[in-house]
Design a protein around this ligand. Structure first.
Ligand SMILES: *Cc1c(COP(=O)(O)O)cnc(C)c1O
Length: 385
């Protein structure tokens, strides 16, 4: 997330939560002089992620954005191609499409998960075929704020047209659909370990895939695409995208705590919902049957018909005055000046979410007294301002 918040904030939206064991893994790396670039922590982190997600192949990278970039390259996305991207997300989901000279085509959300609408996805694909005579090269749904997207429906459409899926699971490590972790159903899945995510390596990400070949190509491209030779021989454009052994050490300590972090964030969500959910004009996003969200961020909607215009901003400013960070939901990418030229298939849902929705402090170390204060200030901002 963009970090333009004043330093005076006392309560942050989603600060890093250290386990206390990060130092042990970092010291091991230091003592064995294995500071960079790869090394045993990276191998272990990949194995542990593979066993937690069930993804046969995991490649740890310097960021989630790098993982998206490599996934697009491995799917052959290039100049003039189109890629369908969920509009309601962070710009990092879409930027790598443009690194490759391809065009983003934005698809709006549906109300039950706030993620990609299968109805509009279907419409977008048939319209792109009609206009361009060819298929989009990939589909990128996002499990936003940890809530899994309607993957059954999205996959059925993708399979029908034979278009590969890249799941942006940057916010949803620990989330599942009928017990199956997000990020493991598409051709590729993408995780992020940025500082504000549910676990962090300070900065980092991972690419998930079932294909051993794709994983080895990803490793090749991520280490400057060095052909096998005693000197440095190159026949492909490469990148410097691998995760360092130090960062991976932090990740191992963090990953050990994942279950606890998910439980803590879910408990925070339940408390917000218990204390605010009965108030008219305040809406939370329930899980569908069989869905489990890691509740990376608790999100809430303030109905303007009940609480007046810009109710969301009233609450956000009241919290900021009390040095509590909150943030509007993602501004849909089809409304961003950067992507003004991208085709879009919209239904108004993400726009509505953006104008009425707020992300509340959800860090797994948030203390009950802090959460109580947040809740009281939200109620006061609505009722008395
Ligand atoms: C954080 C995030 C990314 C990018 O991950 P980085 O590790 O920060 O590059 C991509 N997509 C979404 C939805 C994210 O929240």
């Amino acid at each position: 997330m963009p970090m333009n918040t004043p330093h005076s904030m006392r309560i942050w939206l989603s600060p890093p939560h250290l386990s206390g064991r990060e130092g042990t893994f970092i010291n091991d790396a230091l003592e064995s002089n294995w500071v960079a670039p790869l090394g045993p922590n990276v191998d272990h982190l990949e194995e542990e992620l593979s066993s937690i997600t069930g993804s046969p192949q995991v490649v740890c990278l310097s960021s989630g954005t790098a993982a998206l970039h490599l996934a697009l390259i491995l799917l052959g996305v290039g100049l003039g191609d189109e890629v369908i991207v969920q509009s309601f997300t962070f710009a990092a989901t879409a930027n790598p499409v443009h690194y490759l000279g391809a065009q983003t085509v934005f698809v709006d959300s549906e109300p039950s998960t706030w993620n990609m609408s299968p109805v509009l996805l279907q419409e977008a694909i048939s319209d792109r075929i009609r206009r361009r005579g060819r298929l989009p090269k990939a589909i990128i749904p996002v499990h936003l704020y940890g809530m899994p997207a309607l993957m059954d429906e999205i996959q059925a459409i993708a399979r029908w047209y034979d278009i590969p899926i890249i799941e942006d699971a940057a916010e949803s490590l620990g989330s599942t659909i009928r017990g199956e972790p997000t990020g493991t159903r598409g051709e590729f899945g993408v995780l992020s370990f940025n500082g504000n995510k549910i676990i962090t390596t300070s900065g980092g990400g991972a690419l998930l895939t079932r294909s051993e070949h794709a994983a080895s190509m990803a490793r090749f491209l991520a280490t400057q695409a060095r052909d096998p030779a005693p000197h440095y021989e190159h026949s492909t454009v490469g990148y410097n995208y691998r995760l360092s052994n130090i960062a991976a050490g932090i990740g191992r300590a963090q990953l050990d705590m994942l279950e606890h972090r998910v439980a803590a964030r879910r408990a925070i969500y339940r408390r917000y919902q218990r204390d605010l959910g009965e108030i008219p004009g305040i809406t939370f996003l329930d899980e569908r049957a069989g869905y489990l969200s890691n509740r990376w961020l608790t999100t809430v909607l303030f109905d303007e018909e009940v609480w007046g215009e810009l109710a969301r901003e009233r609450v956000r400013r009241a919290l900021a005055t009390a040095e509590i960070e909150s943030r509007p939901l993602w501004k849909p990418l089809h409304l961003q000046p950067l992507f003004a030229d991208s085709p879009r298939y919209e239904n108004g849902i993400s726009e509505q979410l953006f104008s009425t929705g707020l992300c509340l402090p959800s860090g797994s170390a948030l203390r009950p007294v802090e959460q109580e204060e947040i809740i009281e200030r939200i109620i006061a901002a609505l009722m008395y301002s």
